[in-house]
Ligand binder design. Structure first.
Ligand code: IMP
Ligand code: MG
Length: 177
């Protein structure tokens, strides 16, 4: 599999993001909301790179009936979400592709009356934005290629890789079986 970002490159960039987020939320603790399951690596690493108090909580979103690159109907599960009223929240995902997942979750979170909502992603596919909304924080801009590793899956596979790669047809065939 072709490696797009090595583990070292990812860690370096997350250190910078951690500094940026720590500076921006130095005054009051930010509540970081991880979108499961893709957030799992970036959440764990980003938390270790913040040097201000933070709160953490999770939400999950899954799309059904979609294909590899075009999501179907989005189902949001907020049953494990902490109280957000009056809180500054930062919604964290692995990748921003069309932007629809983030946009729908941001809209969903409004009912909990947070003081502010910002968005952060490790990867941003800048070619595919369909929402006109940009993430407030991002690790790397990438072209419109399907990527896996570091939390990103194909068919629930490859999340465990410490690096990010572009799977070839053989990788995808193996993962589908
Ligand atoms: P969006 O709603 O189009 O922005 O898509 C975001 C969701 O699609 C992410 O949370 C991922 O679960 C999934 N996704 C988009 N692109 C990729 C990719 O290249 N690899 C793995 N998952 C992806
Ligand atoms: Mg996903």
């Amino acid at each position: 599999m072709q490696v797009l970002f090595t583990a070292e490159q990812i860690q370096e960039r997350i250190t910078e993001l951690g500094d940026q987020i720590s500076a921006d939320y130095a005054e009051s603790p930010v509540t970081i909301i991880g979108i499961l399951s893709g957030c799992l690596m970036v959440m764990a690493d980003l938390l270790r790179r913040t040097n201000v108090p933070v709160r953490t909580t999770f939400i999950s979103a899954s799309s059904y009936g979609g294909t590899r690159t075009s999501p179907g109907e989005l189902t949001i599960n907020d049953s494990m979400l902490a109280d957000l009223q009056g809180k500054d929240v930062l919604l964290l995902d692995d990748i921003y592709d069309t932007g629809q997942t983030m946009q729908k979750i941001v809209a969903h979170l409004q009912q909990f009356q947070p003081a502010s909502i910002a968005t952060a992603v490790l990867l941003w596919k800048t070619d595919r934005n369909l929402t006109g909304m940009d993430p407030d924080y991002f690790g790397f801009r990438i072209p419109d290629k399907f990527v896996v590793g570091y939390g990103l899956d194909y068919n629930e596979r490859f999340r465990e890789l410490p690096w990010i790669g572009i799977p070839d047809d053989d990788d995808l065939r193996q993962a589908a079986s």
